[in-house]
Ligand binder design. Structure first.
Ligand code: GAP
Length: 466
C-alpha cells in the first residue's frame, strides 16, 4: 500500500476510534451535522481538559512571570478595528461556476502547485490559477470566478435591532483581550517587564475549507501567552519561548521526529508580525501548523492606545522612562494539540489472546500525565462478592486518580477497550483477591501484570503516575 494511503487510513482509523470510544463526535450529527464542528465525548473532554490543565500548570502556575486571564468572548467592535481584524482578517475565496463549490484560493494553489500562497493578493491568485490551468478539486472543471476576499469573523447583533451599529463579533483569537487588559493586569499585579498574560478560551472563525477532523473548525480553543518585553530583548526572548514550546511538546508526549519548525517568509508574515515561526506537525493529511510563535512588536498596544486614547505605556522605574512594551506571542491550538497527541499515541501491535493465538491490539500510548483515564477497576466476574470488593477498590482510588469501573463483557474485551482509550493501568479484582486482599495490575504498554496489596495500591499508583 502506498504511503499516502497508509496515512489516509491512519486518519480514518483515528476518526473512527474517536467516535467509537467517545473522544470526538461529529457536531449536530442527528440533523445531518454542521460543517467543521465537532463535539468532545466523555473520554475526549477528559483528554482535552488534561491538556488545558497541564498547559496552565506548565506556563502559568509553575512560573512567577506569567499571570492568567479569562476575558469575555464578546468585545467592543472597536477592539477589532484597532487590531486590524475588520480590515484585514479575511480569506481569498473562489467559486467554481460549474459545481458551485466555494474554495480557498490559497489552499487550491498550495495543493496544486506546492508553493506558499500566504501574502498573495486575490488578483495574483486568480492569475496563477488561470495560468496554471488549475482544476476544481470537486468536479474537475476549469471555470472559476475571480478570487475575492471574505471576512473570517462571525458577526452577530447586540440588542434587539439588527443594525450595523449593533454588530458585534465572536472573537477570532483570545490575544486581543490580553492587550486590552494590559494596564488592568499591570496595576493589579505590579508585575515588572518582562512578564506575560496567559489565557485559554474559545475562538471562532468562519472557515469554509473542509476541516480534516478537528484540525480546522469554526469554533475552537486557543491557549495563548502575550509576553511583554523591552524591545532590545526580543531576539533572546523569541529563542527562549521557542525552547519552552519544544519542552511543552515533549511534556505532552509529542515526539520530536513528528514536528518541525518553519519560519515565515517576509511576504507571508501577518500584518502585525516582524518574525513568526510555525511548529508544523506531520499530520496524516500533510505537514501543517500546530502552533505559532510571533514577534508582534508594539503593534497591538500602540493600536489600542491610538484607538482608545488610553495610555498603554509602561513605566520603567529603574531607568526612569516610559515606553510601549513589545510582545512575543506563543500560541497553541487546544484542538490541534488533542489531534497531535492522538496521532502520536496511536499504536497497533500484535498481542497474545487468552487461547494462545495473537491478535492486533490498538493502544493509545498517551503520556500518563494527559491520559483521560488513569486507572480502570475490572472485577473478573459480575458475582456479587467480587463486584462489592471491586467497588471498594474503585472508591479507594477514584478520589485521587481519574478512574473507571467496568464489569461488562469479558476481561479480554475490557482490556482492549481500556487500551483504546489509553488507560495506563487496569486493576483486576479476582476471586483470590477475596482471600489475599490483593489485586492484579496490568501495565498498558508492556501488558505485564503485577500483584499489589489493596492497602498499598494508592501509593503504588502514585509512584507510577507521578
Ligand atoms: N493570536 C494569534 C493567532 O490567533 P493563529 O495562527 O491564527 O494565530 C493560533 O492561531 C493557533 O490556533 C494555531 O496555531 C492553531 O493551533 C489554532 N487554530 C487556528 N485556527 C484554527 C481553526 N480554524 N481550527 C482549529 N484550530 C485553529
Amino acid at each position: 500500500m502506498s504511503q499516502k494511503n497508509d496515512r489516509q487510513n491512519l486518519m480514518d482509523k483515528i476518526t473512527s476510534l474517536a467516535k467509537r470510544r467517545g473522544f470526538v463526535f461529529p457536531g449536530s450529527e442527528i440533523y445531518g451535522g454542521l460543517a467543521n464542528t465537532w463535539d468532545y465525548g466523555p473520554v475526549g473532554v477528559e483528554l482535552k481538559n488534561n491538556i488545558k490543565q497541564a498547559w496552565w500548570k506548565f506556563f502559568v502556575k509553575n512560573r512567577e512571570d506569567v499571570v492568567g486571564l479569562d476575558a469575555a468572548i464578546l468585545m467592543n467592535s472597536r477592539v477589532w478595528e484597532a487590531s486590524g481584524h475588520i480590515a484585514g482578517f479575511n480569506d481569498a475565496l473562489i467559486d467554481c461556476k460549474a459545481c458551485k463549490a466555494r474554495i480557498r484560493a490559497d489552499h487550491l494553489i498550495e495543493d496544486s502547485l506546492n508553493i506558499k500562497a500566504e501574502g498573495m493578493t486575490p488578483e495574483d491568485m486568480t492569475k496563477l490559477i488561470e495560468e496554471n490551468n488549475i482544476k476544481c478539486p470537486v468536479c474537475g472543471k476549469k471555470d472559476f470566478t475571480n478570487a475575492r476576499k471574505f471576512g473570517l469573523m462571525f458577526k452577530t447583533f447586540q440588542g434587539v435591532t439588527e443594525e450595523d451599529k449593533n454588530i458585534i463579533y465572536l472573537r477570532p483569537e483570545t490575544a486581543q483581550a490580553m492587550f486590552v487588559n494590559f494596564k488592568n493586569v499591570l496595576s493589579s499585579t505590579h508585575k515588572k517587564i518582562p512578564f506575560g498574560i496567559a489565557q485559554i478560551g474559545k475562538a471562532f472563525r468562519n472557515e469554509i475549507t473542509p476541516g480534516n477532523f478537528i484540525f480546522r473548525t469554526i469554533e475552537f480553543e486557543q491557549m495563548e501567552i502575550e509576553y511583554f518585553i523591552n524591545e532590545k530583548d526580543w531576539e533572546k526572548s523569541f529563542e527562549y519561548w521557542q525552547e519552552q514550546m519544544a519542552s511543552w511538546l515533549d511534556y505532552i508526549g509529542v515526539k520530536k521526529e513528528n514536528y518541525s519548525i518553519r519560519e515565515h517568509d517576509k511576504d507571508e508574515l501577518s500584518h502585525y508580525s516582524k518574525k513568526t515561526i510555525d511548529f508544523e506537525y506531520n499530520f496524516p493529511f500533510g505537514t501543517k501548523e500546530l502552533y505559532g510563535l510571533a514577534y508582534r512588536g508594539d503593534f497591538d498596544l500602540t493600536q489600542h492606545q491610538e484607538h482608545s486614547k488610553q495610555s498603554m505605556e509602561y513605566f520603567d522605574t529603574e531607568n526612569n522612562r516610559k515606553y510601549i512594551p513589545h510582545v512575543i506571542e506563543p500560541t497553541f491550538g487546544v484542538d490541534r494539540s488533542v489531534l497531535a497527541v492522538m496521532i502520536d499515541a496511536y499504536c497497533e501491535e500484535e498481542a497474545p489472546t487468552a487461547d494462545g493465538k495473537t491478535e492486533t491490539r490498538v493502544v493509545m500510548k498517551f503520556n500518563k500525565n494527559i491520559a483521560p483515564v488513569k486507572v480502570a477497576i475490572l472485577p473478573l466476574s459480575k458475582k456479587e462478592n467480587l463486584s462489592k470488593k471491586a467497588k471498594e477498590v474503585f472508591d479507594l482510588v477514584k478520589t485521587e486518580f481519574a478512574s473507571q469501573y467496568d464489569e461488562s463483557q469479558s476481561i479480554g474485551k475490557r482490556y482492549r477497550r481500556q487500551d483504546e482509550i489509553g488507560t495506563p493501568y487496569c486493576v483486576t479484582v479476582d476471586f483470590k483477591s477475596l482471600d489475599d486482599d490483593a489485586v492484579t495490575v496490568r501495565d498498558r504498554d508492556t501488558m505485564k501484570q503485577e500483584r499489589v496489596k489493596v492497602g498499598e495500591l494508592v501509593e503504588w499508583l502514585r509512584k507510577k503516575l507521578s
